[in-house]
Design a protein around this ligand. Structure first.
Ligand code: NCD
Ligand code: ZN
Length: 355
């Protein structure tokens, strides 16, 4: 990382990876893939399509669709398999051996968008999880319980207590990633684990707290799952992200839904932030006096956890003296998708570096 000690108006870092993104398929995939491929070398692609990506054959097809949709030839989609109670161990091993699949995603059934085929009873998937531990295939999980008697703001903490901690005790050799951690409880749990435990953090959870969801009216474009929490949790996430601790890395959870589906009586969960992720992160890290840790968070901690090399390519972040304009919406054949509005002006932008 090269940081000018006098004027921090320019920052060159290893090209980042996004360790949690939703591309969807069809017209949406074609519209959003370049928003990620522009600033990121690689991205871990979430499998919650309709129907979900549950088999090695599904992975091969979906990966092909992504490659065909992306004009950035150097962009690499890292695929995930959607864990169900019917996941076949042999198919999973074959998917892993292909080199295409880098993680398996566990959605508790009903926890979030397109999670209906997810896991209802974790005991049913223990043989698969044991096999994953044996072959070194990480488990990424959406860390929320779904019980209706648990308050939505407590679902992450209760998941840790009831599901994650017992699982980690039973299978300490399984590499696990707490996706989009949103609470101080989650951060503390990750910090208490010295091996095989990581967490992704989204740009929006570093920027908004639950008040933003209701500021001056209902803000559907700030609604995602896990939902943003109290300010103290946002501060804990910021501290973890800028700490440089290798257990925390970037996963944008960029999750496009059309405005029509977001701005409805029952709006979909998901924030679309791929277009301005690096500008938002540079802003946050600068505010925290931690620009020198941005490369760890966005470019090296994640691949270190997944056991792959950091990218050779670099990007240059430039801070302008005037706000940079990002498109407010991405136009798709299905309708417009609103880009995450951090609620403040952005001064940073990304410049590709020549090799
Ligand atoms: C995601 C989506 O739309 O696919 N939504 C979200 O609010 N984050 C699913 C998920 O990651 O929970
Ligand atoms: Zn997600």
């Amino acid at each position: 990382m090269i940081l000018d000690p006098i004027v921090t108006t320019e920052l060159t870092i290893i090209k980042p990876d996004d360790w949690h993104v939703h591309f969807r398929d069809g017209a949406m995939l074609r519209a959003v893939v370049s928003e990620t491929a522009r600033d990121f070398s690689r991205a871990l692609i979430m499998p919650n399509l309709v129907p979900p990506v549950t088999t090695f054959d599904d992975v091969k097809r979906y990966r092909q669709d992504i490659m065909a949709a992306s004009s950035e030839t150097a962009f690499q989609p890292l695929m995930t398999l959607y864990l169900t109670e019917n996941t076949d161990c042999n198919d999973l091993v074959a998917a892993h051996e292909s080199g295409y699949v880098h993680a398996v995603k566990l959605y508790p059934a009903g926890a979030t968008t397109n999670s209906e085929s997810g896991v209802k009873n974790i005991n049913k998937v223990m043989p698969v999880l044991e096999k994953m531990a044996e072959i070194g295939l990480p488990l990424c999980f959406h860390g929320e319980v779904t019980d209706s008697d648990i308050d939505i703001f407590d679902r992450e903490a209760v998941f840790i207590e009831r599901v994650l901690a017992p699982l980690r005790e039973e299978l300490p050799g399984l590499k696990t990633v707490m996706e989009h951690v949103t609470t101080a409880d989650g951060v503390d749990y990750v910090l208490s684990q010295t091996q095989n435990m990581g967490a992704t953090i989204t740009p929006h959870h570093l920027i908004i707290n639950r008040n933003h969801l209701f500021k001056g009216g209902l803000r559907p474009h700030y609604y995602c799952l896990p939902v943003a929490k109290r300010e103290k949790h946002r501060l804990a996430l910021r501290k973890a992200a800028v700490s440089g601790d290798s257990r925390f890395f970037l996963g944008t959870d960029s999750a496009p839904h059309t405005d029509e589906l977001k701005e409805s009586a029952c709006g979909c969960a998901g924030v679309f932030n791929a277009s301005n992720t690096m500008a938002c992160l540079a802003h946050v890290f600068e505010e925290e006096g931690a620009l020198d840790q941005l490369e760890l968070f966005a470019s090296t901690n994640g691949c270190g956890f997944y056991g792959i090399e950091a990218n050779a390519a670099k990007i240059k972040l430039l801070k302008q003296s005037k706000p940079v304009q990002f498109p407010g919406k991405i136009v798709t054949e299905l309708g417009d998708v609103t880009v995450f509005d951090p609620g403040f002006d952005l001064y940073w932008s990304v410049q590709e570096c020549s090799a």
